[in-house]
Ligand binder design. Structure first.
Ligand SMILES: NC(=O)c1ccc[n+]([C@@H]2O[C@H](COP(=O)([O-])OP(=O)(O)OC[C@H]3O[C@@H](n4cnc5c(N)ncnc54)[C@H](OP(=O)(O)O)[C@@H]3O)[C@@H](O)[C@H]2O)c1
Length: 280
C-alpha cells in the first residue's frame, strides 16, 4: 500500500515511517525537508498521487497564537482536500488526549480546530489522541539554575512511549477508518511535578520542586483528569523507567526537532506592523 506520512521526519513520524516500511508498504515521508508543505499545499498533490492512506503527524513550528491555530487550520484543510482529490481511502491524524479540556492553551485550542476539521472530513478519517510522549517529558525541565525552586502542577499525567504510539498508528493505518476517537496512553500515571523532578534528578538538577496547583502548563491550569484519557484507551507497554534508562545511556536518540517549552509563560501575539510606518 502507498502510505504518506506527513511529518515523517518528526519524533513519532520517523518511527512510523520505519515501521510501515518494515511491514512492506511504499512509504512517503512528507514534510518541508522533502519538498512538501502542508500549510501552503506545495508538493502535496504529487506526494499523494496513488496513495491509499495519509497519516498526519505534522506539528506546528510555533506554539503561539495565532501561528499555531493557522498552522493546524491550514495544514489540516489542505491535507483533507488533497486527500479527497487523490482518492485517498483513509486519513488518520494524531492529536492529544484532553485537547478539548484546555481552552486556555493556544496549542490545545489549535488542536481542537484540527479535530473539528477532522470530524467534517470530506474522506474517511480516524482521529487518534495520544498522551504526552516520554521523549517530550524528558525535555520539559523548566529553565533556571542553582537552588531556585521550580513550581509545577501536581496534576496526573499518563505519558506514553512514542515507539508505542508509532506501533498503534502502523496497525491503524492498515485497518479501516474508525468512527470513534482512538485514545492511547502509557501504562502508569504520575503526578507531573514528581515525574519532572525524577527527570531533573537524573540530570543531577537538584532544584527543589514545589507542587503548585496554580502552575501553568501551556498557559493552562491542569486538573487530574485534564491530560489523562476518559473511557477506553489503548495502553502502551513501555515503562517510563525503562525508557529513561535507555535515553540517559544514549541508547535512545531523538530526532532534531523543536519542541517549545510548555512551562514558559504565553507570549502575546506580535502586534501587526502598520502599513506605511516610518522607520526601519
Ligand atoms: N510530542 C508529544 O508529546 C505528543 C503527544 C501527543 C500527540 N502529539 C501530536 O503528534 C503530532 C506529532 O508530534 P511530534 O512531537 O512527533 O512532532 P515533531 O517531532 O515536532 O515533528 C513535526 C513534524 O512536522 C513537520 N512539519 C512542520 N511543518 C510542516 C509543514 N508546513 N508541512 C509539512 N510538514 C511539516 C516537520 O518536518 P519539517 O520541519 O521537515 O517540515 C516534522 O516532521 C502533533 O500533531 C502532536 O500534537 C504529540
Amino acid at each position: 500500500m502507498k502510505i504518506v506520512v506527513v511529518g515523517g521526519s518528526g519524533l513519532v513520524g520517523s518511527k512510523l515511517v520505519d515501521r510501515l516500511a518494515l511491514r512492506g508498504h511504499q512509504v512517503v515521508a512528507a514534510s518541508r525537508r522533502t519538498g512538501v508543505d502542508a500549510v501552503t499545499g506545495q508538493g502535496l498533490d504529487a506526494a499523494l498521487e496513488g496513495a491509499q492512506v495519509v497519516v498526519d503527524v505534522s506539528n506546528a513550528p510555533s506554539f503561539e497564537d495565532p501561528a499555531v491555530t493557522e498552522f493546524f487550520r491550514r495544514a489540516t484543510t489542505q491535507l483533507l482536500q488533497a486527500g479527497a482529490r487523490a482518492g485517498v481511502a483513509h486519513h488518520l491524524a494524531l492529536s492529544v488526549v484532553g485537547a478539548a479540556r484546555l481552552p486556555d492553551s493556544a496549542y490545545f485550542r489549535a488542536k481542537q480546530v484540527q479535530e473539528g476539521l477532522l470530524r467534517q472530513a470530506p474522506l474517511p478519517a480516524t482521529l487518534v489522541q495520544a498522551t504526552q510522549f516520554f521523549e517530550f517529558m524528558a525535555n520539559i525541565i523548566p529553565p533556571g539554575s542553582g537552588r531556585e525552586a521550580v513550581r509545577l502542577s501536581p496534576a496526573r499525567v499518563q505519558p506514553v512511549a512514542a515507539n508505542d504510539v508509532a506501533d498503534l498508528l502502523a496497525v491503524l493505518a492498515e485497518g479501516p477508518p474508525s468512527p470513534d476517537i482512538v485514545q492511547m496512553a502509557g501504562p502508569e500515571s504520575f503526578r507531573l511535578c514528581e515525574l519532572v523532578e525524577w527527570v531533573m534528578y537524573s540530570y543531577q538538577d537538584e532544584r527543589p520542586v514545589i507542587a503548585d496547583p496554580q502552575a501553568r502548563y501551556y498557559n493552562a491550569r491542569l486538573d487530574d483528569d485534564t491530560l489523562t484519557p476518559r473511557g477506553e484507551a489503548v495502553i502502551g507497554r513501555t515503562l517510563f523507567a525503562d525508557w529513561l534508562d535507555g535515553y540517559l545511556s544514549g541508547a535512545i536518540r531523538l530526532p532534531q526537532v523543536h519542541h517549545p517549552d510548555p512551562m514558559a509563560p504565553a507570549q502575546s501575539p506580535r502586534p501587526a506592523q502598520a502599513t506605511g510606518a516610518i522607520g526601519h
